[in-house]
Design a binder for this molecule. Sequence first.
Ligand SMILES: [Cu+2]
Length: 412
Amino acid sequence: MKTMLHTPVRMSRLRKGWSSLCLLTLSVLAACLPSGLRGQALPPQLFSEMDGIHFLDDGSSVPIWGYGWVTDGYITLPGPLLTYNEGQSVDLYFTNPSPESHTIHLHGLDVDQANDGVPATSFLVPLNGEAVYSFVADQAGTFLYHCHVTTTLHLTMGMYGMILVKRPDQTLFEGGPSYTDDVPLLFSDLEVATNLDPVGSFPFHDIRPDVFMINGKQGSQLEAEDQRVWAAPGDTLALRLGSMAYSRVRCHFPPELHAVCHMSDGRALPEPFAVDSLDIFPGERFTVLVAPEEGFEGSVSCDYWNMIDPGIEDTQEIHFGALPSSVDDLGDFDTMLGVGYPNPANSWYAPAVGAAGPDSGFQGEVVVTDLQGRECFRGRLEQGRLDVSDWPEGTYVARCGNRAPTRFMVFH
Ligand SMILES: [Cu+2]
């Protein structure tokens, strides 16, 4: 069991000697804590690494730098989705075991300068440095984060992710429309040659992206069940569109989606407008509500424009799938075989929607554990659903008999 020994320190206020002394003091303090306090879990903590691997649609892999959760132990492209509630006081813990300095720039959030992750005005997090970025998530909306050290290079190597600030009443903003679920969609790109040889990538203006991604996926990867946007009849989904791409991305919305843009760059628009196509430039975010017509199985096409010559460089698709109206019907829904839904979960999670055969959900005992292996649930499910409405936010693993376990997240 981990203890609070590694309480992060604000690097701008502490030199290394102080840091060691403080950690020693904290170690002694932690040893003296009552055992009940010593067992408490660490807050979620991001780390950065420069030795990651990212798989492309053709099965090849490219080296990446990036962020990951300390509890997971690996980095991803994009980095983990950070979700907060409006008004929440956030301490974002960060540690950097990688050889170069990094930061976390909170793109679009109204944080003070010391917590903004721009090296010149706040601080660098060097090798083996730890830091905490503190801010109040006072504005519901869609935001981004990325490393701000040699930004062009660190960004194109993969050091970025999305931040969602949500309202507990499931409306977009105060007085704004309500919706069923969030769908984070982060556009980005990379040039394979740069990622293979970051040292030789200078000058940066010669970088020409040749891999174009949505949530780090491209081509047939985006057709996978866990990458599709699933909508049940009557659902209104909030597409959280953000771009880390080099150039303009133009999204085309089919009329069956009834797409309406409500927010831009983390703020409500004075007047929402219906969209059939939408341009998103680097660093921009838009929130578009879609209400897919029942049974809609189409896609939103996203064109990646060349940053120098006019013309479309590549097109990627956001695929939509139609869910039945109730979880009871999911047994016949064999395209969802072995996949839990929804993920992330807010109020409920159906860990075995892919039950084979006509009689719907898994009938046996379901066991759910958290990432520390602690058992959170054991028993049979009511209507195939697990009530997670009062579960702590985090990552869980559900096991249904002999099937492959499914991993899911709870966010409120
Ligand atoms: Cu960096």
